[in-house]
Design a binder for this molecule. Structure first.
Ligand SMILES: [Fe+2]
Length: 198
C-alpha cells in the first residue's frame, strides 16, 4: 500500500504499555521545557520519544521493505482551532509516521492523492499513519477540541538519496532545515492570522 499510494495505516503501532508510558510522560512534561507557539506546545527530540524512534526502526524498515536510519522526532500538543495547512515535509522526513497519543475529540488527518482527491484517517490512540513525507501532501482542518497530542517519527532510507540526513545531521544540513522551518512557520503564521480575521 505504501508503495502504490505513498501511505499506509498502521493500527496499534504503539502497544498499550508504550502508549501509556508516552502519554504519561507527555502529559506531565513541564511547559518550560517546550517551545510554545500559536498552535500549542511542542518538543524536538525529547528523550522518551527518541527511544521509541530508535526502538521502532526495524519494525518500520520491515514495513517499507528496506533499511532505514532514524532522523528525528517531534511531538506537539495541538490546541483549539489549530490546523495544518497542506504541505510536504523536508528531506529528513522521507519516511514519516504521525502517531496519535491522546485527544479530547477526533481530528482527521488528510492526505492528498495523486489524482488530487483526499483520503482522511481518524487515528485511535497508539495508531499511526506511515507516509512518504516528502512526496505525499498532508493537512488537517481546524481542531474543535481542547487538546490533541501527536508524535512524529522521521526516518530516511539508509541507501537512498536522503541517507545523509540520518540523525538530522545538523553539521551539514542545519541551513536547509532552518530555511524549510522558517518558510513553513511563515506559512502557518499567515494561515493562523487569516483564520483569526474570519
Ligand atoms: Fe508534515
Amino acid at each position: 500500500m505504501l508503495h502504490t499510494l505513498g501511505y499506509q495505516l498502521v493500527p496499534k503501532f504503539l502497544d498499550k504499555i508504550e502508549l501509556l508510558e508516552l502519554c504519561n510522560d507527555f502529559k506531565n512534561l513541564p511547559l518550560s521545557t517546550m517551545k510554545i507557539d500559536e498552535f500549542g506546545p511542542s518538543i524536538y527530540n525529547h528523550n522518551i520519544f527518541l527511544e521509541i524512534l530508535c526502538k521502532k526502526v526495524n519494525m518500520v524498515s520491515d514495513l517499507i521493505g528496506e533499511p532505514l536510519f532514524p532522523t528525528y522526532c517531534y511531538a506537539r500538543k495541538y490546541q483549539y482551532n489549530a490546523n495544518l495547512p497542506e504541505h510536504v515535509d523536508r528531506p529528513g522526513c522521507e519516511i514519516s509516521l504521525t502517531v496519535h497519543l491522546y485527544g479530547d475529540k477526533e481530528w482527521e488527518f488528510l492526505v492528498r492523492n495523486k489524482d488530487k482527491t483526499s483520503t482522511g484517517f481518524q487515528l485511535n490512540p497508539g495508531d499511526a499513519l506511515l507516509y512518504n513525507g516528502i512526496k505525499v501532501p498532508h493537512y488537517r482542518n481546524n481542531y474543535e477540541g481542547l487538546e490533541y497530542s501527536q508524535l512524529f517519527l522521521h526516518y530516511v532510507r539508509s541507501r537512498g538519496q536522503y541517507k545523509d540526513y540520518y540523525f538530522d545531521n545538523k553539521n551539514f544540513f542545519n541551513k536547509q532545515k532552518k530555511e524549510h522551518d522558517k518558510a513553513l512557520l511563515k506559512q502557518l503564521s499567515q494561515r493562523y492570522k487569516d483564520k483569526s480575521r474570519d
